[in-house]
Design a protein around this ligand. Structure first.
Ligand SMILES: [Zn+2]
Length: 127
């Protein structure tokens, strides 16, 4: 990590991105949509959308009429989430090149979490 520029990519490398702003709101989302799309829990952080530069064939899936989920059509990596009414874009922590210097700040939508695991890391939880 150089200053406030982060870089990331999908598994196959076809989709790459830069974030030219601080990443905030470092969270793990336990909602049913994020668990289905990611396979478990989706960890992300957010920055102003205009600071996120994406290259490659990213595709956007509208899981609802309020938000879009960006993924790589070649390898399936789930990289981005954006609420259409907000100026922030979320990027997946797992797709960032390391070291990120980030630390998980909260678990969100824990009321929707799966029954097959416990959250026991002491990080604050929001139902
Ligand atoms: Zn890919």
């Amino acid at each position: 990590m150089a200053g406030e520029t982060y870089r990331g990519s999908c598994l196959c490398g076809a989709v790459r991105y830069d974030v030219g702003a601080p990443l905030t709101g470092v969270s793990a989302c336990h909602c049913g949509q994020c668990r289905r799309q990611s396979g478990h829990v989706w960890a992300s952080a957010q920055a102003p959308a205009e600071a996120v530069t994406i290259t490659g064939p990213v595709r956007w899936y509208a899981a609802s009429d309020r938000a879009r989920r960006g993924f790589c059509p070649q390898c399936g990596s789930f990289l981005f989430w954006r609420h259409l009414d907000e100026r922030l874009m979320s990027v997946s922590l797992g797709s960032l090149d390391g070291p990120t210097g980030l630390r998980l700040e909260k678990h969100i939508f824990t009321a929707d979490k799966g029954d097959y695991y416990d959250i026991a890391d002491g990080v604050p939880q929001e139902p």
